[in-house]
Design a protein around this ligand. Structure first.
Ligand code: PBG
Ligand code: ZN
Length: 321
């Protein structure tokens, strides 16, 4: 008889043959920084997640340091929005100031800066608009300018999440031309038009005022298209690829990990987090067990980097073990 149970017989044997492990250095914690003073706003749809003003962010930095988390993904929330998202590429915009503050307090913390216009535009779309159309090529220089201002402020990694065609090449060139050839680009390579982003849009005030994002984000029904997006990002100079969302797209994570030798990140997005938190709050699931199972599933599928709102608690649980 083939006795597979021999390999499961004890804790030590299971540990010996375990194929996938999780380490806190692979976790990225997304954070929200809002314009204003003395603000720590809970995000209702994301229990445990807050919007902080810059002056209150030090307490979050302390939590991050205490948990031993080494990377954050930063989202700025401006006070004023306009048609062309000018706060996004303002040298003194909320995100640029937040990065300077963080780099002063925690110079070694890896700051990944999201590049997109949707938090900054009055219409909430990720690009410029004309006659209801999201303009691709006209948006590119603004994204490039945003990336350069974020790099100047001290960002280590630029992560363009706008899904405009050609953005990675334009951003790479702008960074290089401005003396930032060492700044990395983490592409949001395969980003789907997903219902899982809605809690994030509460947190970042970035819901589109009309329509949806289906003309630029990917159709959830498509897999091969994700590989084309990744190929484009590789060709255009991305250093790290990403699949987003995570759990409903693990087949894509697997395929991308087989397609490319670039490091691969997966974004365990807001809706995935909120669903776990809601079920846990009702006492319907064992939160720690479910979260750790989700984390290991994303790694097993082929991701090396996990961007997750659970990062601080996961780091704590890893320490306990
Ligand atoms: C901005 C952006 C979004 C997310 C990351 N960057 C929202 C969107 O595309 O509407 C979603 C992250 C999450 O849900 O946790 N383009
Ligand atoms: Zn956007």
């Amino acid at each position: 008889m083939i006795r597979l149970r021999r390999l499961r017989a004890s804790e030590n044997i299971r540990n010996l043959v375990r194929e996938t492990r999780l380490h806190k250095d692979e976790l990225v914690y997304p954070v929200f920084i809002i314009e204003g003073e003395n603000i720590k706003n809970p995000v209702d749809s994301m229990p445990g997640i807050y919007q902080y003003s810059i002056d209150r962010f030090d307490e979050e930095l302390e939590r991050i340091e205490k948990a031993g988390i080494k990377s954050i993904l930063l989202f700025g929330i401006p006070e004023h929005k306009d048609e062309c998202g000018s706060g996004a590429y303002d040298e003194n915009g909320i995100t640029q100031r937040a990065i300077r503050h963080i780099k002063e307090k925690s110079p070694d913390l890896i700051v990944i800066a999201d590049v997109c216009l949707c938090e900054y535009t009055s219409h909430g779309h990720c690009g410029l608009i004309h006659d209801g159309e999201i303009l691709n090529d006209e948006t590119l220089p603004l994204l490039a300018q945003m990336a350069v201002t974020l790099a100047k402020a001290g960002a280590d990694i630029i992560a363009p999440s706008d899904m405009m065609d050609g953005h990675t090449a334009v951003i790479r060139k702008a960074l290089d031309d401005n003396g930032f050839s060492n700044i990395l680009i983490m592409g949001y390579s395969a980003k789907y038009a997903s219902g899982y982003y809605s809690p994030f849009r509460d947190a970042a005030h970035s819901a589109p005022a009309f329509g949806d994002r289906r003309t630029y984000q990917m159709d959830p029904a498509n897999g091969k298209e994700a590989l084309r997006e990744c190929e484009a990002d590789i060709e255009e100079g991305a250093d790290i690829l990403m699949v987003k969302p995570g759990l409903a797209y693990l087949d894509i994570v697997k395929e991308v990990s087989q397609l490319s030798n670039l490091p691969l990140a997966v974004y365990n997005v807001s809706g995935e987090y909120s669903m776990v938190k809601a079920a846990a709050a009702n006492g319907w699931i064992d939160e720690k067990r479910i979260v750790m199972e989700n984390m290991i599933a994303m790694k097993r599928a082929g991701a090396q980097i996990i961007i997750t709102y659970h990062a601080l608690e996961v780091a704590e649980w890893l320490r306990e073990n």
